[in-house]
Design a protein around this ligand. Structure first.
Ligand code: 5GP
Length: 210
């Protein structure tokens, strides 16, 4: 992927369970992106490592970080706080590294509003269907039925924000979805118009709302 002098920012958001975290890891690994590791007050899942997946912090520590203006953005998602470290991200961008974020729509809005001097490309990832989303959530480290139900309920709220993103992509097949995202990033970096079918996305959204 061609680099500009400064790095670029790519954001992936999605309703919980659409496969965004896997995509973020794949994009980072195969294209030299640095993942912005968030701080969170959520408890780690069994497969998660501190400092790799998240910086797991107490609520008190998180509030201190807010007070010291250490976050580029932060938000409360599902009763927990999540935030992106300003210094970590800006240092990398200034060194010419590309940075990728796995954050929700609230964080994306905050970053957009700051109008930073870096190219920003935002993606909203959708699941192929509600039933597939349900299966993915169930199979995750979420044996708690209430959490799955809560996240399914949140789904209808989350998808309302799709219009605020540059691109919406459907993650039916990981490889295909990945290639689509990389294609859009390359086009934006090279200032080429994208062949983006907004109408088919609209139809997909309508289907997901039923
Ligand atoms: P999870 O608890 O499933 O890892 O993440 C829940 C949600 O929080 C996901 O939508 C994820 O993208 C979002 N999230 C993770 N880190 C951040 C962050 O630093 N800021 C914001 N605003 N959202 C985040």
């Amino acid at each position: 992927m061609s680099l500009e002098k400064d790095g670029i920012i790519v954001i992936l958001s999605s309703p919980s369970g659409a496969g965004k975290t896997t995509l973020v890891k794949k994009i980072a690994k195969e294209n030299n992106f640095i993942i912005s590791i968030s701080h969170t007050t959520r408890k780690p899942r069994t497969n998660e490592t501190n400092g790799k997946d998240y910086f797991f912090t107490s609520e008190e520590e998180f509030k201190n970080l807010i007070q010291n203006e250490e976050f580029l953005e932060y938000a409360k998602v599902f009763e927990n706080f999540y935030g992106s470290s300003k210094s970590q991200v800006l240092e990398n961008l200034n060194k010419g590294e590309n940075v990728i974020f796995d954050i929700d729509w609230q964080g994306t809005e905050q970053i957009k509003k700051q109008k930073l001097n870096y190219k920003l490309i935002t993606f909203f990832i959708l699941p192929p269907s509600k039933s597939e989303l349900f299966n993915r959530l169930k199979n995750r480290d979420m044996k708690d039925k209430n959490i799955v139900e809560e996240r399914m309920k949140q789904f209808n709220e989350d998808i309302k924000h799709w219009e605020n993103y540059d691109f919406v992509v459907v993650n039916e097949d990981l490889e295909k979805c990945y290639k689509e995202i990389i294609g859009f990033i390359n086009e934006r970096v090279n200032n080429v118009d994208s062949n983006y079918n907004k109408k088919s996305i609209l139809n997909h959204i309508k289907k997901l709302r039923i």
